[in-house]
Design a protein. Structure first.
Length: 324
């Protein structure tokens, strides 16, 4: 039995803390990724998990799916994966009444969709996700079909794979956050070796259901944003634009395309979710600054020379926040 949907802000925060504590029983470390994933669940966005093989990207997604009573699905991306394998396809059925063509829904028709190794899918198949992620609907066989809420896509990618298809800006822009999972430290690796994450995962029970998640999202959307906090978000976003007046020198030299208005909206949504996680009914400047790296890093396009010089997107975001 899952717990009923909490109705008070403190209960909502307790739900998130319970989820984080349960995830920590399986996932050792990776605090940024865990917090970012819970904020994504709260804000109603999608998350991109990046990291080398073996750091727990898929395990983290499976753990979240285990803890929330939602309908999950998994799409394992390969170069020969077709859009119909994701969205669904027409099926010819025969019975005593004759023949008819019906629609067989694909795995995208779920609440929580794990898209494993998204950058191994062809551009054609990647594009099949765009409408679903942005508009919460799928158009197949000339008919538009709405997706059930809550709808959450968690995609993983290995940045070092050969023979992959880099995600275009339009695909990256669909993700609320870009989370990085890094190799474990010595102490974390010792803890991992001393346990059995798979066995622990099997013991977890759902901690919240659909109504609780929808309540979290309503609370996050209603979180108060003071004018000075909204101004901070706007200033950070503008400071990433090399053409903006007063843009930092590093931005003018290293950035080709800065953050769009949609990126600024994503930053504010992520900050609102962090406020809910902190148990506050208002967004603080600290929420905005904490959310900025994960909400903005995948939206910046750097000059090739900057990448050759080792300038990272996080460096640019730090400079933009310093200027704001």
């Amino acid at each position: 039995m899952t717990a009923p949907a909490p109705s008070q802000p403190t209960q909502l925060r307790d739900t998130l803390l319970a989820l984080r504590e349960a995830i920590a029983r399986v996932i050792v470390g990776q605090d940024e990724a865990v917090t970012g994933l819970l904020c994504t669940l709260t804000a109603g966005g999608h998350a991109l998990l990046e990291g080398p093989p073996g750091v727990g990207k898929t395990l983290l997604c499976k753990t979240l799916a285990r803890l929330v009573a939602l309908r999950p699905s998994r799409i394992q991306c390969t170069p020969d994966l077709l859009p119909s394998d994701v969205l669904g396809a027409a099926v010819l059925e025969r019975d005593d009444a004759g023949e008819r063509v019906t629609f067989s829904p694909g795995p995208i028709f779920s609440h929580l969709v794990l898209v494993d190794e998204l950058n191994r899918a062809s551009p054609r198949t990647q594009a099949a996700l765009l409408e679903a992620m942005e508009e919460r609907q799928v158009t197949v066989m000339g008919k538009t079909r709405a997706l059930d809420e809550p709808f959450l896509v968690v995609a993983t990618q290995n940045p070092h794979d050969e023979g992959t298809y880099p995600l275009p800006a339009s695909q990256l822009d669909r993700f609320l956050v870009h989370l990085r999972m890094t190799p474990a430290s010595e102490s974390e690796l010792t803890r991992i070796l001393g346990g059995d994450p798979g066995a622990t995962l099997a013991t977890l029970a759902p901690l919240c259901e659909r109504d609780a998640i929808l309540a979290l999202r309503r609370t996050a959307a209603a979180t108060v944003v003071a004018p000075e906090v909204a101004l901070l978000v706007a200033r950070i976003a503008r400071a990433t634009d090399p053409a903006a007046d007063g843009a930092p020198a590093l931005v003018r030299r290293a950035v080709r395309v800065g953050v769009s208005p949609r990126g600024a909206q994503a930053l504010l949504a992520a900050a609102r979710a962090r406020a809910v996680l902190a148990g506050r009914s208002h967004v603080a400047a600290t929420d905005v600054r904490a959310a900025a790296p994960t909400a903005l890093r995948h939206r910046l396009q750097l000059e090739l020379t900057a990448e050759l010089e080792g300038i990272s997107r996080d460096h640019v975001i730090e400079e933009a926040m310093r200027g704001a």
